[in-house]
Write a protein that binds this ligand. Structure first.
Ligand code: ZN
Ligand code: ZN
Length: 249
């Protein structure tokens, strides 16, 4: 059948080409604005601790810290190491409200978690997002973890419960603090709604970046105390240990 030029044109406008958000080339995907070269070059997390996702040199091992003091959460699912260009993509999403980058990161995280389900990860009953204090949320205008949570909820067909957790104490600038100081800052920073009905639930807690794991640890402990059966952490990126050669990943 000969296709009329106007019909050809109409069809072409129905399938717009997506530009890669990183290099501006045309994306091969009709769903994601990311070309395959840029996707391949993202700092995918390779060998890592099976509990806290800390980058390591060997696969399927548990890192020294998790062996010494097993965290309250069961496992961390993170596609990337927190390095270039993921660090800058997350910062532009978080601090400059660049929604297309946030949407892309959310879609890729959804694909990654779905892939993990396909390879044996147990599906959670509900998703929760790490909250900001109301003051910080007003300042920023949105909560990046909640946006990622909404995206995962629709992709994974799992409910996001939005009013279970609250943050009552502002995070002082955590960057530059050691693990102990972070832990002190976080004690009493979060609360779980008393009648949250978490008993027996498997929860996945969504955050943007896992650094020392102190926030994840603090909230997981609260959720388990409130009756949750298991807490997993879903986040975009995991920081390598400071000064580690694995920073290069
Ligand atoms: Zn590209
Ligand atoms: Zn670990």
């Amino acid at each position: 059948m000969v296709m009329l030029p106007w019909l050809k044109h109409q069809l072409a406008t129905l399938q717009p080409c997506l530009k890669c958000l990183l290099c501006d080339e045309t994306s091969e995907s009709t769903r994601l604005p990311l070309c395959s070269d840029c996707e391949r070059e993202l700092p995918w997390l390779r060998e890592h601790c099976t509990v806290c996702a800390l980058p390591m040199h060997s696969p399927d091992l548990i890192c020294g810290d998790c062996q010494k003091q097993p965290p309250s959460f069961t496992t961390v699912i993170a596609p990337w190491s927190y390095s270039f260009p993921i660090d800058s993509m997350i910062n532009r999403f978080k601090h400059q409200a660049q929604w297309p980058l946030g949407r892309l990161l959310g879609d890729l995280l959804g694909d990654y978690v779905q892939h993990s389900f396909d390879h044996g990860l147990t599906r959670p009953d509900v998703l929760l997002a790490v909250p900001l204090t109301p003051h910080r949320q007003r300042q920023r205008g949105f909560n990046q973890a909640q946006m990622l949570g909404k995206s995962l909820s629709s992709q994974l067909h799992t409910p996001l419960q939005q009013h279970v957790l609250a943050r009552i104490i502002e995070a002082p600038a955590q960057q530059g603090l050691d693990a102990l100081s972070r832990k002190k800052n976080l004690r009493n920073a979060f609360v779980v709604k008393p009648d949250a009905g978490l008993h027996g639930l498997h929860i996945a807690l969504v955050d943007d970046v896992l650094t020392t794991g102190a926030t994840a640890q603090s909230i997981s402990r609260l959720l388990l105390q409130a009756g949750a059966a298991r807490v997993d952490i879903y986040c975009l990126a995991r920081t390598p240990k400071p000064g580690s050669l694995l920073d290069l990943y």
